[in-house]
Design a protein. Structure first.
Length: 240
């Protein structure tokens, strides 16, 4: 049976460093760490870690203690706009390294969090669509050939050539992929249909997978082994 991480009433971030730091209610009625600014909301039986840090503006009242909620499950906060203070019941932490990684990505303020939200109307997508339209059928065919030669061995020279060509042809591009939560939900849903994806979306998914490797090792291997990279490469050929 899977063991989930529980809240003990003290700052989870400091706990990873072996410290016991109090959580106090701040002016927003969030529980906030006295040391790190990490913020949480508690909806029994879950304690959600918010995606931005607090400002240290605490309420004077100290009658209510975070330790009163000892034993609730530590979870990520929901990502949907308007629901960011509620726990995501499907994302309960069961590993301290996953918890540390999540906290490493927290924004330093709410304004910073808002400014870095994914924007589907970002002009970068129109620019990328134009760039993709200039990639030749021969280039897409070569990518498909390289992938078919390399897909069985991610450490091979052939896979490295495939990887490099994705970048060289501009299929991997700069956009706010880390905050494209709908994209990751699509990739991780086994029922997702890749058969009608437009070229821009294929490029966005490939970017998300290959750029994630820098922060989460074996991301490429994961999506290669479950067949998703293959489905995306297939779409490159059929959309060209």
């Amino acid at each position: 049976m899977k063991q989930y991480l529980e809240f003990d009433g003290y700052c989870p971030e400091s706990r990873l460093q072996g410290e016991q730091v109090n959580m106090r209610l701040n002016e927003m009625d969030f529980w906030e760490s006295e040391k790190t600014g990490l913020q949480m909301t508690i909806f029994t039986p879950y304690a959600a870690i918010l995606q931005w840090r607090g400002e240290g503006k605490f309420r004077k009242q100290k009658k209510i203690k975070a330790t009163d909620y000892k034993g609730v499950l530590l979870a990520k906060a929901q990502r949907k706009t308007g629901s960011e203070t509620f726990p995501d019941k499907t994302q309960v932490f069961d590993d301290s390294s996953d918890l540390a990684e999540y906290m490493h990505c927290l924004d330093e303020s709410y304004s910073g969090y808002v400014s870095r939200r994914f924007n589907e109307n970002d002009p970068v997508f129109k620019e990328q669509a134009k760039r993709l339209a200039n990639i030749s059928k021969e280039d897409f065919s070569e990518l498909t050939t390289l992938f078919n030669e390399a897909k069985k061995d991610i450490s091979s020279k052939a896979f490295q050539a495939f990887h490099e060509k994705l970048y060289a042809k501009g299929l991997i591009f700069n956009f706010n992929w880390m905050r494209w939560y709908d994209g990751y939900d699509f990739l991780d849903n086994p029922k997702s249909d890749y058969s009608e994806l437009p070229l821009l979306k294929v490029s966005m998914y490939l970017t998300s997978i290959f750029r994630s490797e820098m922060f989460i090792p074996d991301t490429i291997k994961k999506y290669l082994e479950n067949g998703i990279v293959g489905k995306l490469v297939a779409r490159l050929f059929f959309t060209s």
